[in-house]
Design a protein around this ligand. Structure first.
Ligand SMILES: NC(=O)c1ccc[n+]([C@@H]2O[C@H](COP(=O)([O-])OP(=O)(O)OC[C@H]3O[C@@H](n4cnc5c(N)ncnc54)[C@H](O)[C@@H]3O)[C@@H](O)[C@H]2O)c1
Length: 438
């Protein structure tokens, strides 16, 4: 629970953003921040940097930038750290990822080359298609967590950081369901000493982060912090957590379009989605067990938005299919196809086709930045536990137990902005607007 008009500690000193995984998303994020700092580009796609927030009445003309309304860390105060299973620096990894033009990467070669990944906690069973050398060894999973805790402390002191946040932007792990080792912190810690196979590497990072007083945001669909043990640890250490799975290409489009169709009470027979993708993420997701994590995350969206149980005549029987096809020539430039079969008045059928020629990491990088900055804000505002107001950024938002997630992007944005207003003690905006007609 967060009080209205809470005291928020100022964003003074350096903020360290610790990235798990130094692949396409992370290097695009780091390069982008460095480019913005040098005036080479604008932070397009980032709500914290470009967004405004209306305050008071429509006639008040008060709409400051979000970063002027709440104390968000300045991009010049950010230092990046990372872990990866490969030794490549951010410069080499950005060149390999091929998201950004070589000329741009070369202009940023100095900050990118100096970002060298720390040795990762990795388990082949969790990510089948890639193998790297830059990996820690330890006597058990708790020992690995302690090594990460040491990395975090060393990074903080070496870089003179005032605060840290951790963002998971590493490969999607295989699908795991919550089981008894995840149910409480006590059992979880014992299972760490026993190196229980149900404890994923991502959970070890999250454990190390929370133990070190570092907020944790999860950009992939793995369970990670979405288990009772981690919620308990976040409460205990008073740290904010959030997840899962950045909402970028196709799911972004779905959560923009589906609420609109539903608002007009148009029916749905089916929604077929397929992607062709050729980056390393696509390669990892080509394995059925890794794809399963992504599929579960992508499928839940429409069920929640359309509420078939409330509108059986319109949405009681729609078919929803999601595919990802690994196709190397496309690299990071994914193509997301959607065929949507809808029906209208008197049941007449219509179709919508979407062909989104997007760029995965260009869409994801500003989300990772916003999440890091908002999680830092949350920790300074003493907001602990699950940060549902950050659902806006996620395909499968983590919520309190028993609560269904809000997927409608417009509700998510209203929730986010109202949370900021609440933090600052401003009136919430309900859009009732009767006062203009008194
Ligand atoms: N780009 C998007 O639009 C998008 C959207 C939603 C989610 N995601 C997720 O974000 C993550 C990153 O995507 P990407 O395109 O940068 O992938 P990527 O394959 O380019 O990068 C992931 C990096 O993580 C590293 N890695 C794997 N396991 C690790 C571990 N245990 N510890 C440290 N490093 C590890 C890999 O070596 C790789 O360099 C993926 O899980 C992806 O599914 C991306």
């Amino acid at each position: 629970m967060i009080e209205k008009g809470v005291d928020i500690a100022p964003a003074e000193g350096k903020l360290g953003i610790l990235l798990v995984g130094l692949g396409a998303v992370s290097t695009t994020l780091v390069a982008g921040v460095e480019a913005v700092k040098r005036g080479i580009s604008e932070p397009v796609g980032s709500l914290t940097q470009m967004g405004t927030i209306r305050l008071g009445k429509r006639t008040d003309n008060r709409a400051p930038k979000i970063k002027d309304f709440v104390p968000i860390a300045d991009l010049n105060d950010i230092v990046f750290g990372a872990w990866d299973i490969f030794h490549d620096t951010a410069y080499e990894a950005a060149m390999n990822a091929g998201v950004l033009e070589k000329d741009l990467v070369n202009q940023l070669s100095e900050p990118l080359s100096s970002l060298k990944p720390m040795a990762a906690v990795f388990e082949q069973n969790y990510v089948k298609r890639i193998t790297g050398e830059n990996v820690k060894t330890g006597k058990n999973k708790m020992d690995l967590a302690e090594q990460l805790i040491d990395d975090i402390a060393k990074f903080k002191s070496d870089n003179g950081c005032d605060r840290l946040v951790m963002v998971w932007a590493a490969s999607t792990e295989i699908y795991v369901e919550e089981s008894e080792v995840h149910k409480s912190l006590e059992v979880f810690e014992k299972a760490m000493y026993d190196s229980d196979p149900r404890i994923a590497p991502s959970m070890i990072y999250a454990y190390a982060a929370l133990k070190s007083g570092v907020p944790f945001a999860n950009g992939a669909p793995n369970l990670t912090v979405d288990i009772p043990a981690m919620v308990e640890l976040a409460e205990q250490t008073k740290m904010p957590i959030c997840g899962k799975d950045f909402k970028t290409g196709q799911t972004l489009m779905k959560t923009i379009l589906a609420p609109g169709l539903k608002s007009r009470m148009l029916g749905l027979d089916g929604w077929y989605s397929t992607n062709i993708l050729g980056n390393r993420d696509g390669e990892v997701l080509d394995d059925p067990e890794n794809f399963k994590s992504k599929e579960v995350s992508k499928l839940s969206v429409l069920e929640h938005i359309f509420q078939p149980e409330v509108y059986p005549d319109l949405y009681g029987n729609f078919s929803h299919v999601v595919r990802i096809n690994y196709y190397p020539p496309r690299g990071d430039n994914k193509e997301g196809w959607d065929n949507i079969d809808i029906f209208g008045w008197l049941g007449y059928k219509m179709q919508i086709k979407i062909d989104f020629l997007c760029r995965d990491s260009i869409l994801a990088a500003p989300l990772a930045l916003d999440l890091a900055l908002f999680m830092d804000l949350a920790q300074r505002a003493k907001m602990k536990g699950v940060q549902e107001w950050l659902s806006f950024y996620y395909k499968a938002p983590q919520t309190a137990p028993g609560l269904y997630p809000e997927h409608d992007i417009f509700i998510q944005l209203m929730k986010l902005k109202n949370t900021l207003r609440h933090m600052r003690g401003e009136e919430l905006i309900t859009h009732l607007g009767l006062e203009y007609y008194d």
